[in-house]
Design a protein around this ligand. Structure first.
Ligand code: NAD
Length: 301
């Protein structure tokens, strides 16, 4: 589908990747080979797909990558030991521990154990603090990807009411903190609504920009939005389908229902999804240049 209403993350991601390739070249000229290490614990099929995609993207852009695959039975102590080695390894600039982790491992302990300078996800409390106070080291990948889409398509956020459905630490909360900052591509009035919000639609119908990060297939319908809303659909949900795979991917927004009403909308797939990996690549470069003391143009924001 090729419609001017579509906000095509796939195209924006290519644009970011070109930028990253240039930054990799600059680092190479300084004798630095940027490297990302991804740790995967267990056999979750979706996590495996994501990790594979991250490795492929590194390869394409000239970033060295390593995947450390650990069994489902890995203990918290064993994982902490591995992270400690990666923290100390000066050839390694980024550490990504794929979530979710098996239940014997406490996520918050692992997140805190990663050297903040190598925290390319922006999950470490130190980096979250820097983000909230408006002086980020790197930006969390999915929210950063959303801002990048808004910037690329010149969608004004200043003074707009951005309504975010979902308050996760990965998407909803950091995105709210970014959009509310006193700066360009922010300055929005932000509402965060969630599973305990009463009369959700009362808020969503006020949105100039509606961001859905819920994890519920086709949750947002046309009667929940006003005419002219810009819709950013973060959701990736599998629903049964009569095709080879047996499923198809849909977002948290019912695309067909809202399409005639929206000003712009991100499709699923091909919207926010490709941006998350693109921003991870960019964060790896930012982390590598910082750790190596090399100044390259920081275009992350
Ligand atoms: P999460 O499960 O951590 O959080 C979901 C949020 O939705 C919660 O804060 C909850 O309060 C809210 N919610 C749940 N049911 C609700 C309801 N009935 N009404 C209102 N709010 C409700 O999920 P997440 O990690 O933020 O991910 C959300 C979705 O985005 C998922 O589909 C996930 O796969 C997708 N995702 C996509 C990308 C990407 O790269 N495109 C990245 C991260 C997450």
């Amino acid at each position: 589908m090729d419609d001017p209403k579509l906000l095509k993350g796939k195209i924006v991601a290519q644009h970011v990747n070109q930028r990253v390739e240039k930054m990799v070249q600059l680092l190479n000229e300084h004798g630095v080979q940027p490297k990302l290490s991804v740790v995967l614990v267990g056999d979750d099929p979706a996590s495996k797909v994501y990790v594979k995609r991250k490795g492929k993207s590194c390869e394409k852009l000239g970033i060295k990558s390593e995947t450390i695959q650990l069994p489902d039975t890995t203990t918290e102590g064993e994982l902490l030991d591995i992270i400690e080695q990666l923290n100390k390894d000066t050839d390694n600039h980024g550490i990504l521990v794929q979530l979710p982790l098996p239940k014997q491992i406490r996520e918050e302990v692992i997140i805190r154990s990663v050297n903040p300078l190598k925290d390319v996800d922006c999950f470490h409390p130190q980096n979250v603090g820097l983000l909230v106070t408006g002086n980020p080291y790197v930006l969390p990948c999915t929210p950063a990807g959303i801002l990048e889409i808004l910037k690329y398509y010149e969608i004004e956020t200043e003074g707009k009411h951005a309504v975010i459905i979902g308050r996760s630490n990965i998407v909803g909360k950091p995105l709210a903190n970014l959009l509310v900052q006193k700066q360009k591509m922010a300055n929005a009035t932000v509402s965060v609504i969630h599973s305990r919000t009463k009369d959700l639609a009362e808020y969503t119908r006020q949105a100039d920009i509606l961001i859905a990060a819920i994890g519920k297939a086709e949750f947002v319908h046309s009667d929940m939005i006003k005419d002219g809303t810009v819709v950013i659909d973060v959701g990736i949900n599998r629903v049964d389908a009569d095709n080879e795979k047996g499923y198809r991917l849909v977002g948290d927004v019912n695309f067909d229902s809202v399409f005639s009403k929206v000003a712009r909308i991100t499709p699923v797939p091909g919207g926010v999804g490709p941006m998350t990996i693109a921003m991870l690549m960019q964060n790896t470069i930012t982390a590598a240049s910082f750790q190596e003391g090399i100044t390259i143009e920081k275009t992350a924001n």
